[in-house]
Every structure is written in structure tokens, then in C-alpha cells.
Design a protein around this ligand. Sequence first.
Ligand SMILES: [Zn+2]
Length: 419
Amino acid sequence: MSGRADGLGEEIMSLAADMLCLDMRFLVQSVISLDVDVVPGSGRPVIGNGRVTFFEESVIADYRECNNLPARQLAHCAFHLLLGHSGDEVSDAVSLAEDIVVEYVLDSLDTPHTAIPGRDERMYACERSFKRAKAPVPLLMEGHISSLREWERGSYDSMFRRDDPAFRAPADDGRWAEMAQQAMAETEGFIRKTGEGSNALLSVLRIRNRRRYDYRGFLRKFMSRGTAVGEDPSEFDPIYYTYGLSTYGNMPLVDSLESSERRMLKEFVIAVDTSGSTMRESVETFLEETFSALMLSCDGKGSRLHVIQCDDMVRRDDVVGSKEDISELMSGFKLEGGGGTDFRPVFRYVDELIENGDLKNLKGLMYFTDGLGTYPERRPRYDAVFVFCDDRCRSHEVPPWAMKLEVTTAELRGFGGTP
Ligand SMILES: [Zn+2]
């Protein structure tokens, strides 16, 4: 703790930091590594690079109004950093949503030195907001917050803002992400003792700590690995490595082909779940990214890509073999279907294509879906990966023979942005 004003403000903030560590043990590391400055003047605290600047006049006035307020503000700022509310500029609505998420966690924890009046009103507004967005994810809350009427927006501002929204912390260099991992581990132990209050904290930490995928990198590897498997498997990611070997072990057809021939045949199946819940925009992004990865991984000659649309039955199968075919398919792409979700018809259909000789060297099948469906009981003869596009960051179970990728729309586009 350092600062230019040696006085009451400094003393209050030092006490606040102590109280915070006493209240929330999982936050100790974050509070210790945070530089808290108190400077003359008034205003809301400003979050910078691992540093929060408080203004003395406001600190004293806030403390007089409510003894817990400075600790609450400090906790609020520490949580922004811990939850990765930093880096690229965001809209005013997203920044307000970040404040709502932070305040919700603090109100849920409701610890002795951070509790402040107005909790019920804030909790009500938070829950309403999360319900609309379906998850406490700031980007998903943007729409709802933007649509609030002016007076409502104003009352949200005064309920949830604690720091100065004109300033945003620079991108995390990994330090805070690591502390978030640690906080989650500690909270998981702590929750058994304290129960419910920590559930909110754990759910936002889970979202923060979710593994991010480099979707393009995954595609590149998934599509190109066929030619090299068996020669140098060590260059592959463990998920393909452990999975790929067992699959290819059951595929004498592939193993008996010369590698030059294998390179010539580029067969791939992309299945799109067109049941009611699938979002059109994410399907388009998925197809665009997948096609461009495919184009990069092969020279386009002799490649055959099946694009199968299926809800609870196969609705359509487009075979594309060139860049031109792909652009044509994209320009007139309509989602066919809208029924329930069943993954089995696609696998049955693809098995038939193999039996008929339409597919001679299928490299893999990628199933794009956002929901629950029925999986085939038996392992297919080719690699299958289920790509779940779910901006709500829920996790999905797949059978042991399948690979899964859980991505957000932003990750599909290669942004890998903060949810
Ligand atoms: Zn804030």
C-alpha cells in the first residue's frame, strides 16, 4: 500500500483492505497484489494496471455514510480484475453489466465488512437481468441493458457503479487469470462450509476460468492429421493423440493406402443441427470458419465435403468440392429443419455413404450443435467431434468415443474474447 496522502483516507483504505482479507480468504492474494493509492480530491475509484486509485475526500465521506463502503469499493475493483473485466474497450452497457455481475457476487457473499444497504433491490435487479440474458455473462446482458428505459438505466447506474467507468484496466498479462484459478480452487473448499452464498461466486469464476479454444488451430489439426498419424503422432495434441490412435487402429483402409494417395483424398463431413434452438448466425460463422480452414489445409483438388443438415432426420446433403461450390452454398444457405435433435440419423446416413463407396477415405465428421440430442451407441469408424456453440458457457456431455469442443460465437470467429 502506497500513496501520496498520508492521512485519514489512507488509514481508512488500509483498514478496508484488512477487513476484506478477513472476510474473504480467497481474495487475500488479489488484495495483497493490488496497489491501493489514496490521492487528494474526490470521485469514484479508478482501476489501472494492478492498481486502484481512491480519492481522499470521497473515501472519508463514503466511510462516514457507511463504514463498509470503502471495503465494498475495494472488493468491487478487485473483482473486476479477477473476473477479467479489462483490456479492449467495451460498450457502456457491457461495462454496466460487468458492474452488475460484480455486485451480484458481493451481495450473494454478503460478508460482515462488505455488506451495504440496498441488497434486496440490487439482487432483484440482478436476477431479472441474468434471467433475460440466461447467464451472468456481461456480453449476453448487453441487449437487455441497452433496451432499458432511461430512468431505469439511471437507477442501475447508481445501484451498481462503484468505480469510474471512464477508466478501464489494461489487458491482463495472465497474473489475474492465475489468481482467478486459485480463487476458484479455494472457494471450492470454502463452499462446503458456507453453502449458498458462494455459489454465485463459483459460477462467475467458472465462466472466467473456462478453457478457451483456438478454433482455427483445432480445425487445422483435425483436418490435416490424417496424412501423418502413425508416422509422428507426438506432434499432435493429446486429445487427438489418445483418441486418434485407437480410431486409426480400427481403420485398415486408411493404413493400407500410400500417404501420397491419402493426401489426394480429402473427404470430410460437416453436420449441422438445424433443430429449433440452433442460432442461424453461429451456424454461418461456423461454416465460414470451417470452410476457410479446409481451403487452407488442402489444395482444393479432389476434396469432397458433405454439408449435412439434420434435426431429427437428415434434411439435406450438399457436396462441395471447390471454393466456388462453397461460396455458392453459403450465398443460398437456408437452415432446413426445425424439429427435435437426434444425432443418429447423420451417422447412419454417413455409414451408408461409406458402404456404397461414395466415401472412400473419410477423414472425420464434425457435428455442429447447440443442444442436447441422442448419440449413437457405437463408435463410428471415423473421428467424430461435436462442436457446441453456446454463449452461455454451459458444459455438455458426449459419449467416450466422441471428441467435443465448447466454443462461443466469439471464439468461432477467432477473437477468443472474454465472455
Ligand atoms: Zn465497477
